[in-house]
Design a protein around this ligand. Sequence first.
Ligand SMILES: [Ca+2]
Length: 535
Amino acid sequence: MKSRAAIWVIVALSLAAPLANANNQAANRKQPNILLAIADDWGYGNASAYGCKWTKTPAFDRIAREGLLFTHAFTPNAKCAPSRACLLTGRNSWQLEAACNHICIFPTKFKTYCEALADHGYFVGKTMKGWGPGVANDDNGKPRLMAGQPFDAKKLQPTTKSIGNTDYAGNFTDFLKAAPAEKPWCFWYGSVEPHRAYEYGSGVAKAGKKLSDIERVPGYWPDNETVRNDMLDYALEIEYFDSHLGKMLDLISERGELDNTLVVVTSDHGMPFPRCKGNAYEASNHVPLAIMWPRGIQSPGRKVADYVSFVDLAPTFLEVTGLSLADSGLQPMVGRSITDIFVAAPGGRTNPARDHVLIGQERHDIGRPHDWGYPIRGIVKNDLLYLHNYEPTRWPACNPETGYLNCDGGATKTVVLQTRTDPNQRQFWQLCFGKRPGEELYDLKRDADCVNNLADDPQYAQLKRELHEQMVFELKQQEDPRMFGQGHVFEDYPYADAALRGFYERYMSGEKLRAGWVNLTDFEPRPLDNDSGAK
Ligand SMILES: [Ca+2]
């Protein structure tokens, strides 16, 4: 018996040897692995780590607990494609030429950190949504691997009919199996949840939630059953994203690689609801962010109040992987690596210089005359938000008669649109879809909903002037064309989807065009430019 047992031990050891070697190689490697998990349209605060009672996110919470939880992280531009472009390049969207716009043709000159790591010894892959939507080809017309080579083969039966059928964790398993033992890896987990559409009522019916779980409905929507259901349906999809993240953490742990894997979890921008995604408010640009890296982060479990921007992530990744800007092939980055925060002592804001971020937008979805955008620049500093709207005569969420195309269709949008003709509730429509003044100023500590505009309050005049001056000064340093009278360049870049280019004029002349992301009832029967509110 003894000898047989000894043989089994030898057999077992020999079988385990290649795996042990691989694990040793991974454990001894200095360059960390990188897992970036980016949800689609997940708003700040909607995670249990932030105190939310109606969205449970155990995997995100674990990363916050064993790493860092950021309370002041922002995307520069609150729409899928431009937000992801900033994250991937370390540059603000007004520094990215056509890539400032949604559904653009991405300029070949701007390389991504994923492309750079793939060129310098990393095994780089992604599942599902990387950069996009839009067209990103190289100089030979071949599609670029903006976020890595795709791993999308594994499918599953989703729990609701609106959740995608990609098995994210299954694809991550395939990626890890394919990763050579001698190479560090970099993976992009790009879920398409909680992007719309949702299965109405699924939050209650399938996730066991109650309408009363929601402590408060934001002040710019009516508080009713439909809106609360819509919020809970969104929460169910966040939890789905989080469940795959949890499986990925387990997979990394099983390989013994968690200690030297930098895990970053965030979202491209705020909720796909009126006045959130596609705007430049607190609920638009403020994003959830938690980062874990046992080997590289000191005093884990901290809450970090430093202002950080998506443009800070690419420089962070280059620094921790030891890749210089010159070798990377990326264009110069305005973002600053956040490794100073990784090694800081506990306590709120760790670097006094990180006291603000810049935000802004140009064209998102089409649906205004001439495919025009809605240009905004803004600054968030010390819990004040200043916005400059450069074309206030335009409709912020796109024209009413073409369905307010820069707001995804859904239950809450329908409810808010119905308030326009009700004098007692019209303020909701005005806040979400009505025209806006040239300047806006909000005190986020008292008014996180951004419904009380202080721009004309004499008490804030001095502060407003200072914020505007700082914003313009920095935008000029960053060579934003709009600061030099050249804002039209952003309007001139073509919308990449030729089938919908010129949507406004074509629709108004009677052409039947489909815009699948809104509902037919979102289209007002006539223009509202002279609308008095009466019907
Ligand atoms: Ca998105």
